[in-house]
Design a protein around this ligand. Structure first.
Ligand code: AVI
Length: 324
């Protein structure tokens, strides 16, 4: 009998996930695969781009409304951040909340998470921090945090919710409601529908940082799964899908070719693409309807152009179907 080690097992699961997407008629790769060391650095660079409005717009909304936001969260809350990274956004909250029971950052990248928690611990020596390394896109158990608190509030900024389909987003929010529990809250960033030209430049920036970020998927496959993608024969493209209300990121094959990934042959027609990411843009009512089984929208803050929203949702239910 073969006994896989955990690492082997994780690799086997990831291999299957990647290859099953690449075998579909519309080839696809999971967007979480963007975020290795290089991908995370490129994403940080994207966040600083002139064309990429979400990050600075969200920070502006948080800054402009921080007192009111802090009032909604209240005192002595357990603050749980999903996909915490090295965020500046949490610092805004930490600086303005009167008292925090503890901060629980959750991130898929264990090393990043611990380094960021260390740094935060130095900046906020009185803050209790409980880092949890986990892939929050999968079912995971939040360990019991033995700290007295009034309520749990999940912080999920950046409109990462837009990277789920609405059905997945609802399912995910059900999981968040389980974590937040009775009287719990969710402070979430949700990107809004807007002029397509704004979206187009945000995801096809002039310097090509988003293109590098997208192409990094192939670089990773070459390195980690012995793939032989010729990077010169693929190009990045981000397009608005009006029917679904989402930006789609694709990697388009510039010619007919066969590529190998971990021993498996994959055929590409000229012009055929790999879909690497959805980024849904919501209307306010549409998002409220997605969240409705689990959360009631208590307050929405937006910027003057109504490009982006920060919303405080209150948990209304814990009962949910198991996650797909
Ligand atoms: C992480 N996520 C919210 C980003 C987005 O805008 O959908 C990822 C991204 N993809 C291209 N640029 C940024």
């Amino acid at each position: 009998m073969i006994q896989y080690t955990t690492v082997d097992n994780e690799r086997a699961l990831l291999r299957e996930e990647l290859l099953s997407g690449l075998r579909l008629p519309q080839k696809s790769l999971p967007s979480k695969y963007f975020y290795d060391e290089i991908g995370s650095t490129l994403f940080e660079e994207i966040c600083g781009l002139r064309e990429y409005y979400p990050t600075r717009t969200e920070i502006g909304i948080l800054r402009d409304n921080i007192t009111e936001i802090a009032r909604h969260i209240g005192r002595d809350a357990l603050l749980i951040e999903y996909g915490s990274g090295a965020s500046v956004k949490i610092r805004l909250l930490l600086d303005h909340l009167e008292r925090i029971a503890a901060y629980v950052p959750i991130d898929i990248s264990g090393e990043h998470l611990l380094a960021a928690a260390d740094e935060l611990g130095r900046e906020y020596p009185r803050l209790r921090i409980f880092p949890v390394p986990a892939d929050y896109t999968q079912d995971f158990e939040l360990p019991e945090i033995e700290v007295e608190h009034t309520r749990s509030v999940v912080f999920f900024p950046g409109s990462t919710i837009g990277n789920f389909t609405p059905a997945e987003a609802r399912n995910f929010l059900g999981h968040v409601a389980d974590v937040a529990g009775r009287d719990g809250g969710l402070l979430i960033g949700v990107d809004l529908k807007k002029d397509v030209t704004v979206l187009h430049s945000a995801y096809n920036d002039r310097r090509g940082v988003t293109a590098d970020f997208n192409m990094n998927m192939l670089v990773r496959l070459n390195r980690e799964f012995d793939a032989d993608f010729d990077l010169d024969t693929f190009r990045h493209s981000a397009v608005w899908n009006a029917h679904h209300g989402r930006i789609e990121m694709h990697l388009i094959s510039l010619r007919e070719q066969t590529v190998h990934v971990d021993g498996e042959r994959l055929h590409f027609r000229r012009g055929e693409s790999i879909l690497t990411e959805y980024s849904y843009k919501y209307g306010l009512e549409q998002f409220a309807a997605v969240a409705a089984p689990y959360f009631r929208v208590e307050k929405v803050w937006t910027d003057d152009r109504r490009w982006f929203s920060v919303q405080y949702l209150r948990c209304v239910s814990r009962a949910r179907a198991p996650r797909a």
